[in-house]
Design a binder for this molecule. Structure first.
Ligand SMILES: Cc1cc2nc3c(=O)[nH]c(=O)nc-3n(C[C@H](O)[C@H](O)[C@H](O)COP(=O)(O)OP(=O)(O)OC[C@H]3O[C@@H](n4cnc5c(N)ncnc54)[C@H](O)[C@@H]3O)c2cc1C
Length: 241
């Protein structure tokens, strides 16, 4: 969950995330993770978002992009931590955890429920594996199943090693499974080592510059959403003067 094999994450962060698990339900959107940003963007007026337009420089009241410059009263940098620290050099550089997910197709599901299976033998290779199409049937065609298996850390093992681990974990042969793809995300989640007694890091940097993202709250989607909400409030306060 924290992508942290060393268990070096602050206990404050762990408590916040466990509280979210206890209060909410775990799931994935039926139309894929892209449905989440689409839902956030849906109420905005048409043409107000420029996609595939990397920002190259940010200064008070100005945003330079590969497609030209924008002038504005407030700038919110909501990029991932390494990109945010490049655009706003006063921010601390945050260490990032790497995560890799292997996707397999099988006609016979190795489990009947959408259970996130952990490795009780603690061989420290597979972090977790799940028949994802049991949680979201839209993720596989009828009669087929999608298994997603994740590994924490850089230098993920070859797929054949993971396939062997899966046979052990599920207690059945995986020889007839089809490997669909492996997705490596080197900068998947910001590390959150102690001290984190001040979980909520400042989002208003002065001069109309703001920063939002999971690295300003807890390393998770809800942390990103909470920080976005907090940043929006800070921008409104400043614009209203
Ligand atoms: C494989 C994986 C599984 C995960 N699973 C979970 C989970 O189950 N639950 C959970 O809570 N969290 C999960 N996370 C973590 C979660 O995805 C992040 O915490 C969350 O996406 C952070 O949101 P954010 O808005 O802060 O940043 P991001 O989602 O990283 O968004 C930043 C955006 O900024 C853009 N950007 C960067 N640089 C520039 C630039 N120069 N110009 C313009 N745009 C730029 C990027 O393209 C990106 O779209 C997972 C992460 C990964 C990688």
């Amino acid at each position: 969950m924290l992508l942290d094999r060393e268990l070096a994450t602050s206990s404050h962060v762990l408590a916040v995330i466990l509280r979210s698990f206890a209060r909410g339900r775990i799931g994935v959107p039926a139309r894929g993770m892209g449905a989440l940003p689409q839902a956030v963007a849906a109420p905005l007026p048409a043409g107000s978002i420029a996609l595939r337009t990397p920002v190259t420089r940010v200064t008070p009241g100005r945003v330079r992009t590969e497609a030209g410059e924008i002038t504005c009263r407030a700038v919110v940098v909501a990029a991932d931590p390494p990109a945010a620290a490049t655009l706003l050099p006063t921010l601390d550089r945050v260490r990032m955890h790497a995560y890799t997910t292997y996707y397999h197709r099988t006609e016979t599901a190795p489990l009947d429920e959408p259970i996130l299976l952990l490795d009780g033998d603690r061989r420290e290779l597979v972090a977790n594996t799940v028949v994802l199409s049991h949680a979201a049937p839209t993720y596989a065609p009828a009669g087929q199943h999608l298994v997603a298996t994740s590994v924490v850390g850089p230098q993920p093992p070859p797929e054949r090693v993971i396939r062997g681990e899966l046979a052990r974990l599920y207690g059945r042969s995986t020889a007839d499974w089809t490997h669909l793809t492996t997705v490596e995300v080197p900068d998947a989640l910001p590390a959150a080592p102690p001290p984190q007694s001040r979980l909520r890091k400042p989002v208003a940097l002065g001069d109309g510059l703001f920063v939002a993202g999971d690295h300003r709250d807890s390393p998770s989607i809800q942390g990103a959403l909470a920080s976005g909400w907090r940043t929006a409030g800070a921008v409104l306060d400043e614009l209203r003067g």
